[in-house]
Write a protein that binds this ligand. Structure first.
Ligand SMILES: Cc1ncc(COP(=O)(O)O)c(C=O)c1O
Length: 380
């Protein structure tokens, strides 16, 4: 069976370096927040192009701590998308703030800047309904493509909102040469095993250029300590461990090469699927897409998915139910504007196999099966 993602293949390619890194940590006798975490924080923040990286336990904590580090909390409204991993919403709520969902552009799958401004205006003119102060935007660079950041930064400037980037799916992506993670006040990364830079367990990082935010996040990730055993503020326990940091550091030098390979595989899919009835992922101008996922759309998504499974080709759905329609959130969060694209995309999206170790032959085979399916549907 061809898997939709394959973290074990990623391990095997880097096995020697990863095994060595793990053994070094085992021998060191120091397992949490040590010199390997510090070295990886420096290497990764340098890779992103910012001054600080603070290793945390996972990407959800990174969203929470990036917001809290920027002073966002209870009573604050945070504009974001409903078409994302639920983790984005979890992080915002854990910071004590209120997520406010905005519709997406159905071609790029990311925040629609025009809808963002519409939603902000609506909340500002209906504050007796919303009970929150518009305070921040969490821009999610979904599937590996950076949002329309110049437009978002312009809106944020005009309405005095803090921008946080959710870069969990966008390690190494950029817009006009400017990397994901360098646009906003702070950014959140996840190193979940299937991510473009993946650990062999959980991991995350907050990055920022701001010395004060970095200091606050560093303290918040470990009980609010400035000085050991003395909590200045109520923090949490969200530490990156030495093993994951050493593994991630060993894999970092291959990230750009692996992202380039993902783009090659996207081209392989595109060359065949452009002749099909499917909607292909749109790459907006000036974007360096890193194809964390290759997501197509069709009205007959479930039929295509089961046809592919019959042919031994595994796929994923990211994500089947928008956050605002999930039981935990439905009818509970403010919705200033309807989300038609978010709701339609959730019914239509299908993620094809995508990981750097996927062979062009396997990608071609998957594309051929899809094209034949599409042709037979059209003929029928
Ligand atoms: C867009 C997005 N944000 C946040 C997260 C949270 O990351 P983690 O799973 O490491 O908590 C993820 C990963 O699942 C994600 O895809």
């Amino acid at each position: 069976m061809l898997l939709p993602v394959n973290p074990k293949a990623g391990y095997l390619v880097h096995k020697e370096a990863i095994d060595r890194a793990i053994h070094d940590v085992l021998d060191s006798g120091w397992y949490i927040l040590g010199k390997r975490v510090q070295a990886f924080e420096e290497a990764f923040s340098q890779y992103v192009g910012v001054g600080h990286g603070i290793g945390v336990a996972n990407g959800t904590d990174a969203v929470e701590l990036a917001l809290r580090g920027c002073g966002i909390g209870p009573g604050d409204g945070v504009f974001t998308v409903s078409h994302t991993a639920v983790a984005t919403t979890v992080g915002i709520e854990r910071a004590g703030a209120t997520p406010i969902f905005v519709d997406i552009n159905p071609s790029t799958y990311t925040l629609d800047a025009n809808k963002l401004e519409e939603s902000i205006k609506f909340v500002l003119t209906h504050n007796s309904i919303f009970y929150v102060r518009p305070k921040a935007i969490v821009a999610v660079h979904l599937y590996g493509q950076v949002c329309d950041m110049p437009a978002i930064m312009d809106i944020a400037g005009r309405y005095d909102l803090t921008v946080i980037e959710d870069c969990a799916q966008a390690h190494g992506a950029s817009f006009a040469g400017k990397s994901a993670g360098t646009w906003g006040k702070a950014a959140a990364f996840s190193f979940y095993p299937t991510k473009n830079l993946g650990a062999l367990g959980d991991g995350g990082m907050v990055t920022t250029n701001d010395d004060n935010i970095a200091q606050r996040v560093r303290s918040l990730r470990e009980y609010g300590w400035k000085q050991r055993y003395i909590s200045d503020v109520p923090g949490i326990n969200s530490r990156l461990d030495e093993m994951q940091a050493a593994i991630l550091h060993a894999r970092l030098p291959a990230l750009d090469r692996e992202n380039a390979r993902r783009r090659e595989l996207a081209d392989v899919y595109g060359q065949t699927l452009v002749r099909s009835s499917l909607t292909l992922p749109g790459v907006a101008p000036q974007r360096e897409h890193v194809f964390h996922l290759y997501v197509v759309q069709t009205d007959e998504r479930d039929a295509l998915r089961s046809h592919l499974a019959d042919q031994g080709i595994g796929t994923g759905i990211h994500y089947p139910v928008p956050v605002h329609l999930q039981p935990a959130y439905q009818d509970r969060l403010p919705l200033p504007c309807p989300l038609p694209h978010t709701e339609s995309v959730a019914r239509r999206v299908l993620s094809l196999p995508m990981y750097p170790e996927l062979t062009a032959a396997d990608a071609n085979r998957a594309a051929d099966v899809i094209l034949n399916w599409s042709n037979s549907k059209q003929a029928g």
